[in-house]
Design a protein around this ligand. Structure first.
Ligand code: P53
Length: 474
């Protein structure tokens, strides 16, 4: 009973949200660097407002973030103290290929991650590496239009070949694209899409998605050739859609919305475009440029495991008059049975079990939960400690639900990495004050603070959870 003995407990981060040092040691500029904090952020990440460089009057939190580039030894030591078995991080593409289309990689960037992985190894921490976590070199966006261009597959291939070769024996678990389905909502992130006036946005998004899917299959192929021990996963921004009512139209709409997300994983895991997607694309007048080679690649090189993020379930209805939740990239109808976080994200632990079952039913491959957590405002008390009982309670309930999915439903689960194990910059809002960590970092929304790291109450709690392999959640 319980979690497997080699269960991979840990935490997750993404390069641009924690590393900082945006122009150090030859690093080039990426899309994720030039999204400021503030009102226009959503227009930029949704591809509606063009911002391909720093502009006056804006604050760009990713430039410095929590400066993990210079603190990683200290931070990984703290992860080890919590007992982490794994640490999920991402590679900044522009540290390895500053422009993206060079023939030779930047040695300083490669050396940085090599030392980081060796530091993990020292503590027996297995790295779980996201190859791209929303980042795309700015040069590739300016020169080629980002992932709308098929040439991106070649640049990505060069990146992954370099990584798999250099880190052979140091890294075994890889994710090809973070939250690949987010291209539908935030196409500037990851895909680097900025739309021209009058452009058929859906056509561009799905063609770009196709290039990413082919690149993902190609990476899987190369990873297995270089080291048959490599384990490659896809990564879905998950969270089942519920119908608001049992009205058949609502139930049907929820199923359609789930299809929108599963489309990507269907291709990565089953190896072909599902019939419902082919039909929907056809109805939408979208034509995908797909070669015979693409079809073969997709079919032959499917992923080894399915990873996903889960923060919340979602609700839909055909009734347009009902209230929506605030500030979400995924707009959802308010679920009357759920409480929400300070950012309006609805809290649904059982929804995690429902989501795990839906995914496992569909793919029958091992699952890996690579993001889950509560973004909240943390206030250190007089002693400087954050007593984050609200976070402990969120995580406890979600881990319980995940345990039920393993023990009672028989789901094969490889591991769990909570999001933002150390406070970092929010992807959605650019804020520092939306914190997820077990470790507090002294830095605020305006960039002030000493960057000092302090353990929160949840630090010792999670340590106990890991030490007991998820048996002691008290
Ligand atoms: P933040 C929206 C909805 C679901 C997942 O999000 C999302 C987003 C983007 O905001 O992204 C993932 O920081 C993502 C992380 C991100 C995390 O969720 O907006 O993979 O980069 O930080 C949490 O609170």
């Amino acid at each position: 009973m319980g979690f497997r003995q080699d269960f991979l407990w840990g935490g997750a981060t993404a390069a641009n949200q924690c590393e900082g040092a945006y122009n150090t040691d030859g690093r080039g500029l990426a899309n994720v660097d030039v999204v400021p904090i503030g009102n226009e952020r959503f227009d930029i990440i949704s591809g509606k407002r063009k911002m391909l460089d720093f502009e006056d009057g804006y604050f760009y939190p990713a430039k410095k973030a929590i400066d993990m580039y210079h603190h990683y030894k200290e931070d990984i030591k703290l992860f080890a103290e919590m007992g982490f078995k794994t640490y999920r991080l991402s590679i900044a593409w522009t540290r390895i290929f500053p422009n993206g289309d060079e023939l030779e990689p930047n040695e300083k960037g490669l050396a940085f991650y090599e030392d980081l992985f060796k530091t993990c190894q020292q503590y027996g921490i297995e790295p779980l590496v996201t190859i791209t976590h929303f980042d795309c070199p700015i040069h590739l966006i300016k020169e080629y239009g980002g992932w709308r261009n098929r040439k991106m597959i070649v640049f990505y291939e060069r990146l992954v070949r370099t990584l798999f070769t250099r880190y052979k024996g140091l890294v075994k678990y890889w994710l090809t694209f973070n939250e690949i389905n987010m291209i539908l909502h935030a196409p500037f992130m990851g895909a680097g899409l900025v739309f021209e006036q009058g452009e058929n946005e859906q056509q561009t998004k799905y063609q770009a998605a196709h290039h990413e899917l082919v690149a993902s299959a190609l990476a899987t192929k190369i990873a297995h050739e270089i080291d048959p021990d490599n384990m490659i996963g896809c990564m879905l921004a998950a969270g089942e859609y519920y119908p608001l009512t049992p009205k058949p139209e609502d139930v049907f709409l929820a199923q359609q919305k789930n299809h929108e997300n599963y489309f990507f994983i269907d291709v990565q895991s089953r190896g072909e475009y599902p019939a419902y997607a082919l039909k929907a694309l056809e109805r939408g007048g979208i034509e995908i440029d797909m070669t015979e080679e693409d079809v073969t690649l997709l079919k032959q090189h499917t992923v080894d495991f399915i990873s996903f993020s889960y923060y919340s379930s979602r609700v839909v209805t055909t009734d347009e008059s009902v209230e929506k939740t605030a500030g979400n990239i995924f707009k959802s109808v308010k679920n009357p049975y759920l409480e929400a976080s300070e950012w309006g994200w609805q809290i649904d632990p059982l929804g995690l079990r429902t989501t795990m079952n839906a995914i496992y039913d569909r793919y029958q491959k091992p699952l890996f939960i690579v993001e889950n957590g509560l973004g909240a405002i943390d206030m250190p008390d007089e002693s400087g400690c954050v007593k984050d009982d609200y976070r402990i309670s969120y995580l406890r309930e979600h881990i319980k639900a995940m345990k039920d999915a393993v023990e009672l439903d028989g789901i094969d689960l490889l591991g769990y990495t909570s999001w933002g194990c150390i406070d970092l910059v929010s992807a959605g809002t650019g804020e520092m004050k939306k914190r997820y960590g077990f470790i507090y970092v002294d830095r605020d929304n305006d960039g002030n603070g000493s960057l000092k790291r302090t353990k929160k109450k949840s630090f010792d709690w999670y340590k106990k959870v890991i030490a007991s392999n998820g048996e002691d959640l008290s």
